[in-house]
Design a protein. Structure first.
Lengths: 141, 141, 141, 141, 141, 141, 141, 141, 141, 141, 141, 141
């Protein structure tokens, strides 16, 4: 099983942002936790601040991977284009948000990308990725 | 570790509702899956169609359990009173929705109870409960 | 043929509420009129102020009755949970409102339960129940 | 007793429109059913696609008829002018919709003409007219 | 000087509608008052319940008249088509409403036809027409 | 007959503001026109930029005058307090706007003071005051 | 004089909720303060998390009590059914909120139950109940 | 191949309306251009200011023509009835707007009739009709 | 203890306004009732129709008084400036409305000044002031 | 004549997306059809998922091409930046949408880029591009 | 060069309000800083809590000053009358807000006065005035 | 002191866009003016049409510069991702808009990036950058 994990804008800065919402972990640390919790060689990690590059990755996901985990960051709330890319991608898809978006600013309450995934998790910090991998495993089975 | 799992209105009818959103599993079947996946004796299951009884259960959760998993069903979108009960309950709390609520009718997009939990999952059918237990375990640790 | 007639919150007070909207009949009087207009032994009457108890009744309707007439009262405008219960109940269903809800306060214009019934009547006072029985008869045939 | 039955725009095409909402009956067939269910000689049927002609008919209803049944079709949702005509017409008035308008597109949820009638029925297809006649009879009595 | 006075839907029923808003005068009475207050032979009166016929009249106004007074009735609040007709008509134009529309139902607060006239009066009952003639006279001068 | 004419904020600057909306006349010129068109000694003119002073004047109008003409300027769209003052003042009241407010910015479309007057005129520039005097005369009669 | 004091959902938890909004007093303490400030034997206290039970109590208030004090908690913002029950209850009614609801989340700004009471107080913590008793006394007199 | 071209209200005045939006061509001129660009004998032109007459024409289109081109003018933004007529008409349908409606007043941005056509063009002035004929030809093939 | 009681626009007219909302008492009468119910010499009364003067008074309240009771009248719904003044004033503050604002026009439902007070009362007519004094006393203690 | 055809995000996936909206053609196939219908050497095709690259292309269009055809895909509904780029580009511009956007999800009804083009077509699938070339030809002439 | 600096309601209290938004400086201190940073004799300072007095000052600005700096305080968000006064005043105008209004309550996000100035600054505390003087200097040149 | 100046989409086209809003200056000219007004060697200029590249630059700003001036162009109104990047960047930040955005289209009134800066200026054309440098200097001190 091969899983692609896409992280969107500003997630490369994790650990520098406000702790109440995101905790202190860096993105590299999260990747290590994921790899140690599961197997090392099934994950590909991709991070970009660029909407177009994220779409490129989603478009290529179906033929190369068995599952897709995506945290679109700020693009969750604004990008019809990422939504459309997810709609076409035929593989198990899980959306993850580190913070509980329903408890933050109004404009973060609604994800316009989530409806095009199998489901989404919000608020579990780095543990959300672990649960997402767990769920991808369950969906693939 | 002791976990209380509360299911709200109409979830006792699972298996009779539209399959595209909820799959064919009954609530009893889901409870069995949860117990077999984890340990048998840590779970207490409660289902009610009654808003007040659900609030009563939430109020008693903190002193008797280590974690709370709740699927408030239709009350997620209308009950300020359940929201207030969750706010006071000081234990790990996870909200679960069987279907992907962001992909359904407009009035289901927003959960007013979710902001008062640690986080929520939506769209993973019965697997959502399994992941919720997994996450409670991680939070408690 | 067996028909269940559910009346929601405050309908037990009929006759005490403002006459311009509801007329002077009591609920008991309405039940007598229905029974005398049709046959005596086909009706079961249920009234409750409790959202959960109404859901319980709706859940049990399909296996015990040939038709369901419901006046959800104030819950028509707020209860996603009753809506969900009606959606699952597979029997002829008619919603009745004593007053013409389109002519009252804004928040009464929209019934969120009505879309899950075969149809609804609004504004015909106690005669609405008679017509509802008439229509259930037509639908069942 | 004399009853005027007004059908608005596109109701002359009944039977050609989407079956899920309107069933297969033609308007002529409905008129026959009404006449056979009740007495033959009390009904006058009028259909027009023209808002102004419908207003003309409503204006003349009170002095020539004992009751008015109207299905304003698409004009229900847009015509303040028909609403005003109904307000002035002093006779029993019932609004009928073949489909359950609360279950269709948002812009059909609200009828701006219904508040000026005694009451309205929605969702009972051709049976709605029969019940409307039944109700006019009850109101007149 | 020749003035066309157009009255829209239901204004032919004046005197039958609710007195608090419209007073007891009939349309014929108003026409007589106008003719006696000013000169008899300068006015042409037109009333129709039909949006299209009203547009036809507006289109012909500029070449045959020196001024246009219009009470579009219920069409004031819904007719983009009458608005467009008024926009093209190059002659002095005054809109009149018998009742004070700002003090009635919300959907009557806004006239979408008024912006395409020189100005409008609302609330002065039959006297509004007299003032409108007075103002047309002032504008023409 | 004695008439009080109140002009609100910035109307003292008439003639300096944008000509497309207000024409070139000064407030003094308008007052002269009014006095020459009617009788000289029946008018009292009051202008203020101050909401409180305008309320003071309205409160004193009923006992000292037979009619009130008011152009509340920008306060038309924001002042609940002036609205309340007008509601209590028991004398004929006419609101005047120089420009056609329905054809300007959205926030000028709605006057919250107009519902508490007998009626209002909008768009007739200085002629609006003349027509207002004419209408007060008609109402008083 | 006999007064019924109804407290809605989660008010039994008072003292456990966030102190900035509600202070540290328990519901029992508040009841003691009320009884000591006034007379001991005139008060009946009722608390429930259940919407239906609260409606039952309101329905029975008029025949058994001289005044009703209600804090509907979260149901203030969602319950049309409680509003309807209050509307029918013919006795002096005062609504109390411990916190200043106008200063909290948007969805708490509007109470849909308050319009059916004589008046309401918000923000005075336990003192609000004392003032409510004081006001009931004044209204009854 | 036979094509019906329906033009709605005020399009008979083309050439008189504001040039920035509509250019200087008259409707007759446009008809000539269409006929000379394609074949002379395949087109039937219909113009009416009357909503009902336009609906009549649409209802008859399917049995007499191979394609329908419609410019509903102001009715595009208000007529549910024309929308319903278009929905039933089973032939290739193209909606045309002379001006770019997305660049005009807010209330013109949305066409409620367009969703019931194969597609629509907006902003190409008389050339829009030529392209519509071209597209009908492509769809029919 | 010294208490400042500020009454806003039009409250000097009390007794002249509509009785259903405000009762028949004049402001002077209310002041007498307050003084007789409590002690004569602790109250300072201030009334103004002028927003700026009310702000001036609020600004001076903290250094001269132990408590502030304010009825901002129509300014409650529009004045950010009074809200800002209240925010800075560090003394016990109670807002009073004579009528039940939640039961009146929509634009009166929300007070933008109330969030900057300790709490507010609405609907108790002159008794609201008495209860406000009672509450100031409790807060100061 | 030289024409630039820009296709936005996910249009490179054409043929993989849902057939009801987009048909089965690939982007390459569409390009071939365009070239065979017209002349081979006048078209330059550009596709990108990247908002910034699309803006770069639009900025360079005016100096190198005689016409611009753009299908901004999901960016039509969100990109103020592409709108601004189109505003500056002084050459004939046509916006094309394969599906009828007025018949899809609400958030697709409004294109914020279309107002800055000469006009737009929506719903004609690949034929829309052909008509767009046809229209560019007409505009250039 | 002569510059008028107008400060609106509650700005005389600067230093007493919440420090997170406004810093600790008093208005007098700010005036001193401005005068020492630039020349002493070019500034006139005016502060008032009264909307009408601020309008009076703005009306007189053009003939007596070369530039106007205004901080309308709470009136920025509510005063159409100040907006109208600014529109007529023909001199360089800069609006200043001490705090970053886009980061505060929703009702402060929009200034309805700012569109009638050359430009505005928000968030720079007392330094905003200095930059405003700097900009007035640049505009005048 | 080192300052990074970021210009967003289409600002490289300055001088080609509509003069009423932006004046005739090119971006290069603006950069020269900034450098001549202040010191030559403290500024780094960056322009991109690409949202992702702008985020990259903001992320790197804090460690390399003492201040950040940003004109996000069209992204100000749509980019949650740029907002998030600004939130993390810990250095003095000033947002600049050439035109007065409060006076343009509705969708430009609100900047969602500005709340994450120290403050913003709008409407001063190229002078806005000069004042921004001036303000950065003041903030740093």
């Amino acid at each position: 099983m091969k899983i692609l994990i896409i992280n969107g804008p500003n997630l490369n800065l994790l650990g520098q942002r406000e702790k109440s919402n995101y905790g202190e972990l860096t993105l590299t640390k999260i990747e290590e936790i994921i790899k140690s919790e599961y197997r090392d060689d099934i994950f590909t990690f991709f991070q970009s601040n660029n909407e177009g590059e994220i779409i490129d990755q989603i478009q290529n996901a179906a033929k190369n991977y068995d599952g897709l985990i995506i945290n679109p960051g700020g693009y969750s709330h604004t990008s019809v284009a990422i939504r459309d890319a997810l709609e076409v991608a035929k593989l198990p898809k899980v959306e993850v948000h580190l913070s509980n978006i329903s408890a933050r600013e109004d404009f973060r309450h609604r994800s316009i990308t989530a409806p095009m995934t199998d489901g989404y998790l919000s608020g579990f910090k780095e543990k959300g990725y672990l649960a997402a991998v767990y769920l991808i495993g369950k969906i693939v089975k």
